[in-house]
Write a protein that binds this ligand. Structure first.
Ligand code: GLC
Length: 534
């Protein structure tokens, strides 16, 4: 009666699930962007629904073993690196950290420990052998579940290329392992654009491209360089999801499919879009301790104090009459910063407005904003370091936030901003299209300002529309209230994940342990028309 489907049959109703997320990031232990945030808040939301959701990440060098208390769960885990068990092995430990009732406490987390691949590295990504580091995480997880853990999940969730091998191993090399063969796999795509450490699989010649059906070689085999773990996650998982409905549709097109739209279309009946949520306890303007003044839709006038506080904090001229734009973002190409240079200086000059940027990322973009600050010392501030508190101050004090993304699987910044009454100016793609309705001044309906074409002029038009509408206080207030009243809490999304997980368990049981697996010597052209579930 251990597994969800046995219980459904037996009880006639759905029992709580045991879910393990295997991932490279989880706030507050290790976070680069939205993925880390989601791996903190989604398991917590599932636990509130009565499930037992846990997370497994590597113990990177920056995660101290003593703080908070970690317990040794399994010492001396022997992880094979080759398909055959007789090959090289890497020795790992599994540590565990339990959760508390504190709203800032993450769920139960397992840490895979290995000196060479995690402990001696202080960054999450960026090493030549990242493929090996994350392959080790997936196989380490399965070895732990098979040999070292009393607790077994019904569902394993892999996230992005980093853990794309997990569904693959489960459906092939580990499919005969009795203890874990009933576990269903879900592959969550948070960003299709990033497909591995070696750079870009999209530019690997067709003849050398891994079609995904051969076995995963030894981690130290040179062939590993051509293996696209994202593709494999998509091919082998029981179900696939991405983080908004619109992005789920977009990735099946050539424009957004990043070279994988073909296999995504083949598996379209297993692909689901579930919009991310945000944590309403830690993002609450009425109770947020970091703010100069707490506020809600009932006393929105108090929000103004936060604008002055923000301007003061950054050493900018203070005043309610100055239009203030905020940016809280990873500073990468995805986020659309190439739209700024042709138009933003004219906007700053004509409107005498202010822009505060907070984020870190690509050197070129960081340098651009540093230079902009030098050119406009009374109007621009660039804080190019990660900071946990500043986003709250920016969302509570800025009039608008700018999110002109080229593509956006979900996006969290626009949801957090709306919760605090900062209005998004954004491109109508992915999760931005699913969370923002364009404001119509005639009907006074909508929650932000959207543009369609990815070009500087289209962005500028949306920005000017926001500036002009901001001058009309009564309707702006109405716009802020509509934005603040939108429900982006996890409750709704967590229920959709719950349904997705039951569906995955069901698919897995119905397909038996038979994987979506084609023998390695099958010619590539024969796999083109592959139907899911074959
Ligand atoms: C990635 C996506 C972003 C999404 C986040 C969490 O960072 O680029 O859109 O919000 O993952 O799912």
């Amino acid at each position: 009666m251990r597994f969800a489907n046995d219980l459904i049959k037996f009880l006639g109703k759905k029992p709580p699930l045991r879910i393990l997320f295997v991932t490279s990031e989880e706030a507050p232990f290790a976070k680069v962007g939205g993925l880390g945030e989601i791996m903190f808040s989604l398991p917590r939301a599932l636990n509130k629904l009565g499930h037992d959701a846990r997370v497994m990440i590597p113990r990177y060098g920056t995660i101290e073993r003593s703080l908070p208390p970690f317990n040794m769960e399994y010492e001396g885990l022997d992880v094979p690196t080759a398909p055959e068990q007789s090959g090289t092995r890497l020795i790992c430990n599994v540590l565990r950290c339990d959760s508390t009732d504190d709203p800032h406490s993450p769920t139960i987390t397992y840490f895979l420990e290995n000196k060479e691949y995690y402990e001696l590295r202080s960054n999450i990504y960026g090493y030549k052998d990242d493929a090996v580091r994350f392959a080790l995480l997936t196989r380490g997880c399965l070895e732990f579940l098979n040999h070292g853990s009393d607790w077994l999940p019904d569902i394993l969730v892999a996230t992005d290329w980093m853990t794309g091998f997990l569904p693959n191993f489960l459906a092939t090399d580990y499919r005969e392992y009795k203890k874990i063969r009933k576990i269903a796999s879900v592959f969550s795509i948070h960003n299709l654009n990033s497909q591995g450490p070696q750079g870009d699989h999209r530019f690997i010649p067709e003849s050398e491209l891994d079609n995904g059906y051969g076995s995963i070689p030894d981690f130290f085999d040179l062939r590993m360089e051509n293996i696209n773990a994202m593709r494999r996650g998509i091919l082998y998982a029981d179900v696939i999801n991405t983080v908004s409905q619109k992005y789920a549709q977009e990735i099946m097109t050539e424009e957004f499919g990043e070279g994988l739209d073909g296999i995504l279309r083949e598996r379209r009946d297993r692909i689901f879009g579930i919009l991310n949520g945000i944590d309403y306890e830690t993002n609450n303007p009425a109770a947020d301790n970091y703010l100069a003044a707490n506020f809600s839709v009932k006393n929105l006038e108090r929000r103004g104090e936060n604008k002055i506080y923000l301007q003061k904090h950054f050493g900018l001229p203070q005043g309610q009459q100055i239009f203030l734009s905020g940016i809280v973002s990873r500073l990468t190409k995805q986020k659309g910063f190439s739209l700024f240079p042709p138009v933003i200086e004219s906007f700053l000059k004509e409107t005498r407005s202010q822009i505060i940027i907070m984020g870190t990322g690509e050197i070129e973009i960081m340098t651009y904003f540093q230079d902009l600050e030098k050119k406009f010392p009374d109007q621009v501030r660039a804080q190019l370091q990660f900071d946990g508190v500043l986003p709250h101050l920016i969302f509570a004090g800025a009039d608008v936030v700018l999110v002109p993304s080229n593509f956006e699987p979900s996006g969290l910044t626009q949801m957090e901003a709306m919760r605090y009454g900062a209005i998004p100016v954004a491109r109508r793609v992915g999760g931005l299209a699913d969370t923002i309705e364009d404001f119509n001044p005639e009907t006074q309906e909508g929650t932000g300002f959207l543009f369609d074409e990815f070009n500087p002029m289209a962005f500028l038009i949306a920005l000017i529309r926001s500036f002009v509408n901001w001058k009309h206080h009564a309707s702006w207030r109405k716009l802020q209230c509509s934005a603040m009243e939108k429900d982006f809490s996890w409750e709704r999304s967590a229920k959709e994940y719950e349904r997705l997980f039951y569906l995955a368990a069901d698919f897995h049981a119905r397909n038996g342990i038979k994987p979506h697996y084609i023998p390695p010597d099958t010619p590539h052209h024969l796999t083109r028309g592959l139907k899911p579930g074959l």
